[in-house]
Design a protein around this ligand. Structure first.
Ligand code: ACO
Length: 379
């Protein structure tokens, strides 16, 4: 095979057919099952959107009520998982804790029955229900506290915030958090989704698939960028320092976190919605100096890099929103994972319905017929 066929990062190479979501990176369009992200953010909620992604249609009221009910009553985690998590080091990253605990679910629910819709549904419900509980459990236990139990009287987003903060959240904060989950629920065949699909193509269990995707999401070039954005805004420190900071970054050829995207060459539509949510939060709970720094940095990056299609991506404003919601910085990516579980599960279901194991090829660049060098002769 010719080396020209090789596309680093598989850029532009179709690796699947999918009807789950659609991105137009030039026009800044994102649709889930054909519905625009703007419409879903305004009119839907996370669980309804998850249902849409996974089963391909909007649920009737009865179907949605049943789905929400099932999830509400599967939120608790087994005490053995909690006890296992107690042994995790407090200094460990919450994404690593989440990856390990998601994988551990497979120990309890290992029976694989991929032909059975009831098995698929039970796995979907369990994962959507339990991942937030595991994120919150690690957060409280690393502070030396017992994890709080999920509250059956609270909706999905309200309960997530409650478990993280041990306080019933403000309704605006809960609604905004729910919209954030909707915005992060799915995004075509990105690195973590591809990882989920490759793992799914071996017909392994869904807990191993989610663990694999969580591990992939954690990297700073993917979901981990939202943490790095906050660190960068803190390092900049003031609006006056934005230009000097950017110049120094550009000179050293360092990336500006929260900018750029393989597909979007305009501002990510999710970043536009997230910026609006950040403004609503600041209006109600007080403005944040880091927001002014972020807006100035966006303007200056547009001057310097806009002609190359480098604009804010989803991670740029999400950190500011999460910070205002009181979520610790190193939980930003686990919160992303809570949402993206919906998309990963949708791709799992689609993958096994049209499965062929992933087995790409490679262009070998090594040597042949190399003689084995005895230890004594090695330099
Ligand atoms: N800051 C400065 N320059 C950038 C940036 C950026 N954020 N992003 C891309 N570029 C430049 C690169 O330096 C490169 O320049 P060159 O051609 O002179 O070498 C060119 O644009 C292409 O960049 P690549 O990294 O090759 O683009 P790719 O499509 O592979 O990567 C990625 C996309 C990883 C998102 C990249 O833009 C990046 O690293 N951004 C910062 C990290 C980030 O915000 N990640 C979150 C992405 S969204 C998500 O995963 C949820």
């Amino acid at each position: 095979m010719s080396a020209d066929a090789y596309k680093p990062g598989l850029e532009g190479v179709p690796a699947t057919q999918s009807s789950i979501s659609f991105v137009d990176g030039k026009q800044g369009i994102l649709e889930y099952r054909g519905i625009s992200i703007e419409e879903l953010a305004a009119k839907s909620n996370f669980l309804e959107t998850a249902y849409l992604l996974i089963w391909g249609v909007l649920p009737t009221q009865e179907e949605l009520d049943e789905f929400e009910h099932e999830i509400r009553f599967h939120r608790r985690i087994k005490y053995r998982i909690r006890d296992m998590m107690k042994c995790f080091p407090e200094s460990g990253h919450p994404m690593d804790a989440l990856q390990a605990s998601a994988a551990a679910l497979g120990l309890f629910y290992s029976r694989r029955d991929l032909e059975n819709p009831a098995y698929i549904r039970a796995a979907v419900v369990r994962l959507l229900a339990k991942i937030p509980t595991m994120v919150a459990a690690f957060q409280l236990m690393r502070k030396g506290n017992d994890p709080v139990q999920p509250r059956d009287d609270l909706g999905y987003a309200d309960n997530c915030l409650y478990m993280l903060s041990e306080q019933k959240p403000d309704p605006l904060a809960a609604r905004i958090f729910d919209v954030c989950l909707t915005l992060h629920a799915e995004h075509t065949i990105n690195a973590s989704t591809f990882s989920a699909m490759v793992t799914a193509s071996t017909l392994t269990d869904p807990y191993a698939i989610i663990a694999s995707a969580v591990g992939t999401l954690g990297g700073p070039l993917h979901g981990g960028a939202n943490e790095e954005v906050i660190a960068m805004l803190e390092e900049i420190g003031s609006v006056e320092n934005v230009r000097p900071f950017l110049q120094q970054r550009l000179q050293s050829k360092a990336k500006i976190m929260g900018f750029g995207h393989r597909v979007y060459k305009v501002k990510d539509p999710r970043a536009i919605i997230l910026q609006g949510l950040a403004e609503q939060l600041f209006e109600k709970f007080g403005r944040d100096q880091y927001y002014d720094i972020a807006v100035e940095l966006e303007n200056v990056v547009a001057e310097e890099l806009g002609h190359r299609g480098i604009y804010p991506n989803v991670d740029y404003y999400s950190g500011l929103v999460y910070r205002k919601l009181g979520i610790p910085t190193d939980l930003f990516t686990p919160v992303f994972a809570i949402a993206r579980v919906a998309g990963w599960l949708a791709h799992w279901k689609e993958q096994i319905e049209q499965n062929r194991i992933f087995r790409p090829t490679q262009i070998y660049t090594g040597q042949h017929n190399v003689a084995y060098t005895p230890m004594a002769e090695r330099l």
